[in-house]
Design a protein around this ligand. Structure first.
Ligand code: MV4
Length: 494
């Protein structure tokens, strides 16, 4: 009964996250690392660690054969895929199972049924879950696509049928944009997902991106744990997530929960998953896609439900029943997550790798930090730029935001440009604080703020200087004897 030893097939903060829960559960952990990750925190925290190849993901963290070989040699009974890398690869889930190992995630059959987006839409439709008007079969032929586009009308969206997350998506505003959008979308679909097939949907503007967390066991129990509003994103990378969603009342929450559970049941879902929806200002919603993995933003749900989603993943993967019913799930207070990434928010969020100087992460009441960084380490540019997730909980949204503002002020990450200034802006933006935002937020509000900042000569370089100056404790008097001037300036910049 229960799993005893797991290969953590990932790196960075999520590998650390999984290892921590394993230690609590008494599950032994085996880490893997690429040449870029020797000495990384996840390597030191695990019970054992093995090299799996060069820095390039295709030669290390994406090498299913090497990962499974390590799991077999070290007598693991299970594999946790984390997020990204092979976490939504049905072939990997299948290979893990074929090796006699337990995959700590949804089975390959579920990943296949939901990974192909038109198949997921067919399941949703059959289950009575609303979907955007559009195709229910993949379209590969441009002439056929043109005919369908004419019927749906504009604006519409071309999405790769083989995968989600917004990758390769093209908005088409009129018929004469179709040919070039088609070329772009099929090209990116082929590189990213190995097939040019597209899905065509009516484009719904001005909506919020709201997702519903699910957990399901092998015994027919499927439970929703509440939504997360993930509308603050840039190029389909989420930056801020929170629960409850500011636009979601109890009635909408249970409608979204019911829709997600219906879809999960139709797919035979087991383990943790997330059902993504677009929610219109009038409360109407459509299903977008299912993410068949643990998500980056899962901690906000953990903080309001008091549950450990990774522990639940191990439990249901071992064939055990969920220890609660839908009726017994309690949600308490509000939580928000800021993703601190090594990106220059003042320069279009370009990746900013390098060697970290002083790292000082926040703590204190209501603050949780999930990170995989420490002072002096080099941030590899080969991977996701996520450095740490700062998560705040409070009895109310206002208190959670207050704690987050306080935590962000405590945070020091020197040596690389980070998204910290962006988060400080968001948390003090009256529109965000009022809960008035949708998926256009970053392009609309942050672009305006940046223009503003440029006007007052607060450039990325000036911000970097402030960050660097904060790596040493403030001296009682600067050489010019006017430390208060510098300190006041720094305060003004926050
Ligand atoms: C959409 C949409 C509007 N209409 N589909 C983005 C990621 C993937 N999960 C699906 N996504 C969207 N699908 C229809 N029919 C809007 C999004 C979307 C989005 C689009 C443009 C810019 C930012 C966005 C943020 C979240 C979701």
């Amino acid at each position: 009964m229960g799993l005893r030893k797991v290969l953590v097939a990932n790196r960075g903060e999520i590998a650390v996250r999984v290892i921590r829960t394993c230690r609590e559960l008494g599950i032994a952990t085996v880490a893997v690392y690429s040449e870029a990750d020797e000495g990384a925190p996840h390597v030191r925290l695990a019970d054992e660690a093995y090299p799996i190849g060069p820095a390039a993901p295709a030669e290390s963290y994406l090498r299913s054969d090497r990962l499974i070989a390590v799991a077999e040699r070290t007598a693991c009974d299970s594999v946790h895929p984390g997020y990204g890398f092979l976490s939504e690869n049905a072939d990997f889930a299948e290979a893990v199972a074929a090796a006699g190992l337990t995959f700590v995630g949804p089975p390959a059959s579920v990943q296949r049924a939901l990974g192909e987006k038109t198949s997921a839409r067919r399941l949703a439709k059959a289950a009575g879950v609303p979907i955007a008007e559009g195709t229910l079969e993949p379209v590969s032929d441009e002439a056929a696509g043109r005919e369908i586009a004419r019927r749906i009308g504009f604006p519409l969206l071309l999405k790769p049928a083989g995968g989600g997350g917004g990758k390769g998506m093209r908005i088409v505003r009129s018929a004469d944009e179709l040919a070039s959008a088609w070329r772009g979308a099929t090209g990116e679909a082929t590189t990213a997902f190995g097939a040019p097939a597209l899905l065509i949907e009516r484009y719904l503007a001005g909506a919020r991106h709201v997702e519903m967390q699910l957990i399901a066991d092998e015994h027919g129990s499927v439970v929703w744990l509440g939504e997360r509003d993930c509308s603050i994103q840039r190029r389909h990378q989420k930056l801020v997530e929170e629960t409850p969603g500011p636009s979601v009342d109890d009635a909408l929450r249970s409608r979204l929960g019911d829709a997600a559970v219906k879809l999960a049941r139709a797919a035979g879902y087991v383990n943790a998953g997330t059902c993504e929806f677009l929610v219109a200002p009038d409360g109407g919603f459509v299903f977008l896609e299912v993410n068949t993995r643990l998500q980056v933003e899962h901690p906000v749900t953990e903080l309001v439900t008091g549950l450990d989603l990774v522990a639940l993943q191990f439990r249901v993967a071992a064939g055990e029943s969920l220890p609660f019913t839908q009726e017994s799930v309690r949600r308490n207070g509000a939580a928000i997550e800021c993703r601190i990434t090594a990106e220059d928010a003042f320069a279009g969020f370009v990746p900013a790798g390098g060697r970290l100087g002083l790292v000082r992460l926040p703590a204190g009441a209501g603050i949780r930090v999930d990170g995989g960084i420490e002072s002096g380490m080099t941030v590899p540019t080969e991977y996701d730029p996520l450095l740490a997730k700062v998560v705040a909980w409070g009895p109310t949204r206002a208190e959670a935001l207050g704690r987050m503002r306080r935590a962000l002020r405590e945070t020091v990450i020197a040596g690389v440009m980070t998204t910290l200034p962006f988060h400080q802006h968001v948390l003090s933006d009256p529109e965000f604080v009022a809960g008035r935002y949708d998926t256009s937020y970053v392009d609309a509000r942050w672009a305006a703020r940046r223009a503003d900042l440029d006007g007052t000569a607060l450039t990325a370089a000036a911000m970097a200087a402030v960050v660097a100056s904060r790596t040493r404790p403030p001296r009682s008097a600067a050489p010019d004897g006017r430390a208060w001037v510098r300190i006041a300036r720094e305060e003004a910049l926050r």
